[in-house]
Ligand binder design. Structure first.
Ligand code: FE2
Ligand code: FE2
Ligand code: FE2
Length: 184
């Protein structure tokens, strides 16, 4: 499936750029958390980096069309500091996606009857809400100089849905079954 309208195509490319950078940024902030003595916060970053990879992959697939050059402009958080500050960067980035970016992109796609783009933007929006919440919880712990507690992080490989400790029987966002969730 390929996108038909230029505006939605722009938004898909921008979202692809933003998700790609978030993926790499979380891996780096995860390494920093590991070095600081927060192995679970590091694991949370690694798991959510994978969810952002899923989003980037979905957006890329949706662009479809001919192979060709494009300049991508995507907002991103930069900086490598301590884990409390890195988590603030993560929270800010996720909230930007939840409050502005994905609602605007989704509504544009809907206006242009771009069903595939609506789907991939909705998948991302639902996951980013959870990410913002989990990063806040992790930051509350890091501020008290302790690690976050959980057994595992589970990520839906189709939509990036993210959940602690146990995967649901079916993904509440896309319906993927439990066995396919990737655990960290
Ligand atoms: Fe994402
Ligand atoms: Fe996210
Ligand atoms: Fe899912």
């Amino acid at each position: 499936m390929a996108v038909k309208n230029a505006m939605t195509a722009d938004f898909l490319r921008s979202a692809y750029g933003g998700e790609s950078m978030a993926h790499m940024r979380y891996l780096q902030w995860g390494n920093a958390a590991q070095k600081e003595g927060f192995p679970n916060i590091a694991r949370l970053f690694e798991a959510i980096a994978y969810a952002e990879q899923v989003h980037a992959h979905n957006h890329f697939a949706e662009i479809g069309g001919d192979v060709g050059d494009a300049t991508v402009t995507a907002g991103a958080v930069f900086g490598l500091k301590g884990t409390v500050e890195n988590l603030q960067g993560a929270i800010n980035g996720e909230l930007h996606e939840v409050e502005q970016m994905y609602p605007v992109y989704y509504n544009a796609a809907e206006l242009q009857s771009e069903k595939g783009a609506m789907r991939t933007f909705r998948f991302a929006l639902e996951a980013e809400k959870i990410h913002a919440d989990l990063f806040k919880k992790a930051q509350d712990c890091a501020k008290e100089n302790r690690d976050i507690e959980f057994k595992s992080v589970y990520i839906c490989p189709i939509c990036g849905h993210t959940v602690l400790d146990e995967a649901p029987d079916k993904c509440p966002v896309c319906g993927t079954r439990k066995e396919l969730y990737k655990s960290f």
